[in-house]
Write a protein that binds this ligand. Sequence first.
Ligand SMILES: Cc1ncc(COP(=O)(O)O)c(C=O)c1O
Length: 415
Amino acid sequence: MVQDIFEKIKNNRGPIGQHAKESHGYFTFPKLEGPIGPHMIFRGKKRLNWSLNNYLGLANHPEVRKADAEAAAEFGFAAPMGARMMSGNSNYHEQLEAELSAFVQKEDTILCNFGYQATLSAIDCLVDRRDVIVYDAESHACILDGVRLHMGKRYVFKHNDMEDCEKQLARATKLADEQGGAILVITEGVFGMRGDQGKIKEIVELKKKFNFRLFVDDAHGIGTLGATGGGAGQEQGCQDGIDVYFGTFAKSFALIGGFISSDEQVVEYLRYNMRSQIFAKALPLPLVVGALKRLELMRNMPELKENLWTITNALQKGLVDAGFNIGETDTCVTPVYMNGSIPESTNLIFDLRENYNIFCSMVVYPVVPKGMIILRLIPTAVHTLEDVEYTIDAFKKIVGKLKAGEYVSDKIASV
Ligand SMILES: Cc1ncc(COP(=O)(O)O)c(C=O)c1O
């Protein structure tokens, strides 16, 4: 019997959507109001906020706000009209591409409208049906969706497991050899949930044994890692070994958009073949001019990254000293692992928000295994050491209550 799509959707709301009725506006789709920073308004009250990837604190930096406002007034958000290839190119777009290339130490760069779309579409553009993709099992959805578009074979390796990566590369090599195809290995600079870096250096080492190109999604690494903020490859001393580098504007840059950097001829190929950019409007000028200002500040104000790491180190050390499990993070992303059910986690978050005025993200099943709760803290350059101290103190109290069973319930907290 043919089903009706709308009926099907009504009866299966999806793993998170099934809780929408109780959680919408609070646990999901919350509204954080006021200028972006460590203290924002949630449901009419000021909360200490650890939930935004505003790593360098640029979102509300006075020079950034000024540059954004002036660019919006000068150009408006319509300009330029059309796709870059047809009518949407500008000197500003090209200047930003050149400056980004220098920042991440690559020959050339292509700007993209969204980070998600950039990764997905670049993967789609780089491989054909004879090629083989080898990718990390915990890759971000934009990588997984890029891989889904691939019409050839793909092999997944266990997260950051170099033995398995080598095994999959051996299988890929055999197949690519038979088919006359090439191999693309894909990983991340920083895995955004757990905060561990991808083992880029080890993967680059494998080039001595296998013939492949390496694509790295460094959404969380750019601006936060490496001596000059060049990202995870720079941090690990192997930026040269990354063949295709992806960065987003959605995190350290506190903007929107993204970019892919690589060898000149690869970027030229992407410019003329990447479907998401050929068939979509160019980034509006205020965003491009705003990105130039942010990049200038990232280059000229190393203290932003230093502050970020002062807060990160204090937060992570404080949590570990207090007995919390923060897993294997070696970046600013700070997950705090706890055990409990989904209803318990909602009661805990409710308590944390309402009684301690702390706002952070919570990650539960199906993103992590059943019974695991991750409270995910994102430190920024504009948090203070007092914010850190207050948070660790509050966390000690809520984990005490969690262990004492005070949050046990058979249903999601009602708000
Ligand atoms: C690892 C990773 N890749 C890609 C993206 C997508 O970037 P954007 O938000 O710019 O679309 C994100 C952001 O959520 C991310 O964390």
